[in-house]
Every structure is written in structure tokens, then in C-alpha cells.
Design a protein around this ligand. Structure first.
Ligand code: AMP
Length: 293
């Protein structure tokens, strides 16, 4: 007689999803039992391997992992892509289930910003250095406010942020320090496509021709970093890089060399450590990237 058929591999368990602060408090109290540590991974959904790298790092740091999914209206200007921002809820849930995440915090806009909400975090100095802030003046105020709320709501021991959004990582780190928040902000290196393009939810907007041109950004960053390391004056290396980016069809917002911690402008390679940061538009899609020198 044939034995019972082989068991089907178990489908990963979908993590619980909570949408109200009251339920979040109960769920995190449960997760924190026996002093278990918690790592938070804040996201706007449309998850890709970059986000999943943050989750993997979170799992290494803490016993429990909470992922927030919230497309934060406060960080979009009226002219930006809030309405069209990619939303891939079912795929996001499946990816987080496969990584055995403990909890998904997905508040509604009304839960995050109820009627009468009017407070705002004035972001730290590193948010006012003429990089992203010069092109998206409302952005870091919106990010700092929502991240401060997420930190208060979840009260994590660790919070994971990608180096892909380098200025944002520095802003959140400084804010947590300035406000004496009891958590460690952890930066995670950028995950890239095979051709070097930094993964981003917004890459989905690129046409085939734009997608083919997009890896130019990282190529130029790498070349610039090499030239600076070899001793070429920073201004010259950047001038060549800017021209290459524009020749590839981008509208350049900035290509800059900055001090890697303060993001202050640098004049010479002795102002180490250096970071190169770039933002440019391809058609309607705005891409950013950065690398260490
Ligand atoms: P977002 O959903 O775009 O707001 O990103 C959520 C988090 O994922 C932020 O901390 C980002 O810096 C991080 N992230 C986005 N893309 C990447 C990437 N390619 N590699 C590493 N982290 C990333």
C-alpha cells in the first residue's frame, strides 16, 4: 500500500498586518515579551531586493522584525508622484512572508495624520546642505516627521535605512541623536541591478530606452571616484562627470563631492571621507545614487 503522499512544502505564513495605533501597541507589546529586541524597516512598499536586504539585516540585528509600509503624503510636493507611486501590496506581502517578518505596520493616512494633526519636525542641519533639499524643499521635513512618528509608534531598538538615500540616512541618524531616541539607526549598502543601476521603486517608470541609459549614473560615479583617488582635482573630475551625464540624456539636478558625514562641500581630497552624490531626471523619472570615494 502506498504511504501517505509527500507533504506539500508549507506556504510561508503571511505576517499579521495592523492598521491602527491601538492594535500596533498590542502587537509590539506581544513581540517584545521576554525582552526580545525589535528592528524596524520603514518602507513605502513596492518592495524590491533593496528593501529585502534591509529586512535581512534587520533579522541579523534583532529577534523581531517590523516592516512599515506607508506612502507618506507629507514628503511629496503637489507636483510629485504621490498618486502614481507604485503600489504592489500582494507581492509585498508575499515577499515579507517569505522572509518570515513578524509584523507589518500599514497605517492609513487618516491614522498617521488624523484631523487636527499639525506638528512637524524641523530636520537637522544635514537636511539643509543644498543636495536633495535644494530640489525637494518639503522632503526632509516630511521624512523626519513621519520617521519620528514611526520610531515613537514602534519603539524599535534598531531602524534600518538604505545608503541608496544617503542624505536621508544622515538626516534620520542626526535626528535620532538630537532627540535622544533610544534606538540605533543602521545604514545598509545599496543593492543594484546587474548593470549597476541602484534598485528603486521608481525604476518601474522608466521606458526601455531610459532603462538602457540609467546605469550611466553609477558608471559616472565610479569613474569620478577613481579619478579623484588618482589625484585629479575634484572640480575637474566633477565637470567631466556632469557633461557625461547630460550627454546620456539626463537633466542633471546635481553631481557633488561632499564630506561623507556632514555632507558639507569639500574643496580637496584631504577633506576625507568623501562621498559622491548624484540626482538626475530621465524623462519624468528622477533617479538618485551615491558612492564612497
Ligand atoms: P522607500 O520605500 O523607497 O522609501 O525605501 C525604503 C528604504 O529602503 C529606505 O531606507 C531606502 O533607502 C531603502 N532602499 C531603497 N532602495 C534601496 C536599494 N537599492 N538598496 C538598499 N536600500 C534601499
Amino acid at each position: 500500500m502506498k504511504r501517505a503522499s509527500k507533504r506539500k512544502p508549507e506556504k510561508p505564513r503571511t505576517p499579521p498586518v495592523v492598521r491602527t495605533i491601538a492594535k500596533l501597541r498590542r502587537a509590539t507589546a506581544e513581540l517584545r515579551r521576554r525582552n526580545a529586541s525589535i528592528a524596524l524597516v520603514p518602507t513605502m512598499g513596492a518592495l524590491h531586493d533593496g528593501h529585502l536586504a534591509l529586512v535581512r539585516q534587520a533579522k541579523r540585528r534583532a529577534k523581531r522584525v517590523v516592516v512599515s509600509i506607508f506612502v507618506n503624503p507629507a514628503q511629496f510636493a503637489p507636483t510629485e508622484d504621490l498618486a502614481s507611486y507604485p503600489r504592489t501590496w500582494d507581492a509585498d506581502l508575499a515577499a515579507l512572508a517569505a522572509l518570515d517578518v513578524d509584523l507589518i505596520w500599514a497605517p492609513t493616512v487618516a491614522e498617521m495624520y488624523p484631523q487636527g494633526f499639525s506638528s512637524r519636525i524641523d530636520p537637522p542641519a544635514v537636511a539643509k546642505v543644498g543636495l536633495e533639499d535644494a530640489h525637494r524643499p518639503h522632503f526632509f521635513g516630511g521624512v523626519a516627521t513621519v520617521v519620528a512618528k514611526l520610531f515613537t509608534q514602534v519603539a524599535p531598538d534598531f531602524a534600518m535605512f538604505g545608503e541608496k538615500d544617503y542624505q536621508q540616512l544622515k538626516v534620520v541618524t542626526a535626528m535620532a541623536r538630537d532627540l535622544d531616541l533610544r534606538l540605533k539607526v543602521v545604514g545598509v549598502p545599496t543593492i543594484r541591478e546587474k548593470d549597476g543601476l541602484a534598485m528603486s521603486s521608481r525604476n518601474a517608470y522608466l521606458s526601455a530606452a531610459e532603462r538602457a541609459a540609467a546605469p550611466t549614473l553609477q558608471r559616472v560615479l565610479k569613474d569620478c571616484a577613481k579619478h579623484i583617488r588618482e589625484g585629479r582635482p575634484i572640480v575637474d573630475a566633477l565637470a567631466v562627470g556632469r557633461a557625461q551625464i547630460e550627454r546620456a540624456g539626463f537633466a542633471l539636478d546635481y553631481l557633488e563631492a561632499r564630506h561623507a558625514e556632514t555632507l558639507a562641500p569639500v574643496a580637496a581630497t584631504t577633506d576625507e571621507p568623501l562621498r559622491l552624490l548624484v540626482a538626475a531626471k530621465l524623462g519624468k523619472t528622477r533617479l538618485i545614487d551615491n558612492i564612497a570615494v
